[in-house]
Design a protein around this ligand. Structure first.
Ligand code: ATP
Ligand code: MG
Ligand code: MG
Length: 333
C-alpha cells in the first residue's frame, strides 16, 4: 500500500526542477486534478540516522504548514506526506546503497495553468500589454499589475510567518484571466542547486539531485533571484530575502532583455545597483517612485528593504491614475 499509488492516477509529468519532479495527478475519490511534487530523499551515509529523522520531520512539518496558506494569489497547498521506498533499488551510488533508506516526500497542491511570469517575460507581444502602448516594449502599468498580485500573494505568505525562498518568474503562474498565483515554495534550507551550502544547513543531505536544469544560458542562472544573504548559504535570513527576489522580478518585468548574455550582464550589474542607461532615461524618469522602490528592495542590507505590505502600498500608489485593462482576458500564446 502506498497512498500515492492507491489514491492518485498519474496523468502526466509536468516537469523536473532543481529538487523534485512534478506530476499531474487525478484523485481517485474527488476526480479532480492536482499537481503533486515528488522529492526523493536519501539518507546520507555520513549523517547519523537520528539527525536524518530530525531533519526529515522538520521538513515535513514545514511543508505541511504551507497548507495554512489560503489566498487567491497563492497556489493552494493541500497536504504533504512521506513514503518509505523499499531498499532494493538499483543505485549506482555504491557507498550508500543496501542499508540506505529512500523516502519520497509528496506535496499535493492545486494544479495550475502552465503559463508563468517567465512565459510572459519571453513573449514580446504579451509584454506590450492590452494597451499596446509601451515604454521600450513594456506596458508598465500592466506589468505592475502582475507584480502587485505577486506581492499580494507574498504578503500573505509573510503574514503566516512563512518564507517562500524561491521566488522567480517560472514559479509564478498566470491563468487565462490574468490572475497570478505564486507557487513552488523552496524547501527549507535546502539548496536547489547544490552550491554554497554549508554542511550544517543542508537540511536533507540525501535529497537526490534530479538533473539540475538551471538556467545555464543565462549564466547567473536561477540564482540571479536569490538575495546575497541567501546565496551565502546558511539559514541566517528572514522574509526580506523574498523582497530581494521580488525586486529582481520587478526590474525584469519592466525592462526587457533579449538574450541570455544581455540578461546575465544586466542582472549582474543590477545586483551591484548599477542600472542600464535606458532604464535611467525612461522608467526612472517616468516612474520615479518605481525606481526608488526597486533600489530599496534590492538593498544588500535586509533591514533596509521594505516589507511586503509596504511594497504592495507603493505599487498601488504608483498604479493610481492608470486604468488597468490588464484584468481583461488576454491570451498571449
Ligand atoms: P525550479 O525547481 O528551479 O523551480 P522548475 O520550476 O522548472 O524549476 P519545478 O518547480 O520542480 O521545476 O516544477 C516542475 C514543473 O512543474 C514546472 O514546469 C512547473 O511549472 C510545474 N509545476 C510546478 N508546480 C505546479 C502546479 N502547482 N501546477 C502546475 N504545474 C506546476
Ligand atoms: Mg518551479
Ligand atoms: Mg522549484
Amino acid at each position: 500500500y502506498t497512498r500515492y499509488a492507491s489514491e492518485f492516477e498519474e496523468i502526466g509529468a509536468l516537469g523536473k526542477g532543481g529538487f523534485g519532479s512534478v506530476f499531474q495527478c487525478r484523485n481517485a475519490l474527488d476526480k479532480r486534478d492536482y499537481a503533486i511534487k515528488k522529492v526523493l530523499i536519501r539518507c546520507d551515509a555520513k549523517l547519523p540516522q537520528i539527525e536524518f529523522s530530525r531533519r526529515l520531520k522538520r521538513t515535513l512539518r514545514e511543508v505541511k504548514s504551507l497548507a495554512s496558506l489560503d489566498h487567491s494569489n497563492i497556489v493552494r497547498y493541500y497536504t504533504a506526506w512521506l513514503e518509505l521506498e523499499q531498499a532494493n533499488h538499483n543505485d549506482n551510488n555504491h557507498s550508500v546503497t543496501s542499508t540506505s533508506q529512500r523516502y519520497i516526500l509528496y506535496i499535493q497542491m492545486q494544479f495550475c495553468s502552465q503559463k508563468t511570469l517567465a512565459d510572459f517575460l519571453s513573449n514580446e507581444e504579451a509584454r506590450k500589454g492590452p494597451s499596446g502602448s509601451s515604454i521600450g516594449g513594456v506596458d508598465i502599468p500592466y506589468a505592475l499589475n502582475l507584480f502587485l498580485q505577486t506581492c499580494q500573494g507574498v504578503k500573505h505568505v509573510h503574514t503566516q510567518c512563512l518564507i517562500h525562498r524561491d521566488l522567480k518568474p517560472n514559479n509564478v503562474f498566470i491563468d487565462d484571466t490574468g490572475a497570478v498565483k505564486v507557487g513552488d515554495f523552496g524547501l527549507s534550507r535546502e539548496s536547489s542547486d547544490n552550491s554554497g551550502e554549508s554542511e550544517a544547513e543542508t537540511a536533507l543531505t540525501g535529497a537526490e539531485n534530479y538533473s539540475y536544469n538551471g538556467d545555464i544560458t543565462a549564466g547567473v542562472g536561477t540564482r540571479s533571484y536569490a538575495s546575497p544573504e541567501q546565496m551565502k548559504g546558511g539559514s541566517d535570513y528572514d522574509s526580506s530575502t523574498d523582497i530581494y527576489s521580488l525586486g529582481i522580478i520587478l526590474f525584469e518585468l519592466c525592462f526587457p532583455m533579449y538574450t541570455g548574455m544581455e540578461r546575465n550582464i544586466v542582472l549582474t550589474k543590477l545586483r551591484n545597483h548599477i542600472l542600464p542607461d535606458q532604464w535611467m532615461e525612461s522608467v526612472a524618469v517616468d516612474f520615479p517612485k518605481l525606481h526608488t522602490l526597486l533600489l530599496s528592495m534590492i538593498s544588500n542590507k535586509p533591514e533596509d528593504r521594505p516589507d511586503a505590505a509596504a511594497v504592495v502600498r507603493t505599487v498601488q500608489s504608483i498604479l493610481e491614475g492608470f486604468t488597468i485593462s490588464s484584468l481583461d482576458r488576454r491570451d498571449y500564446e
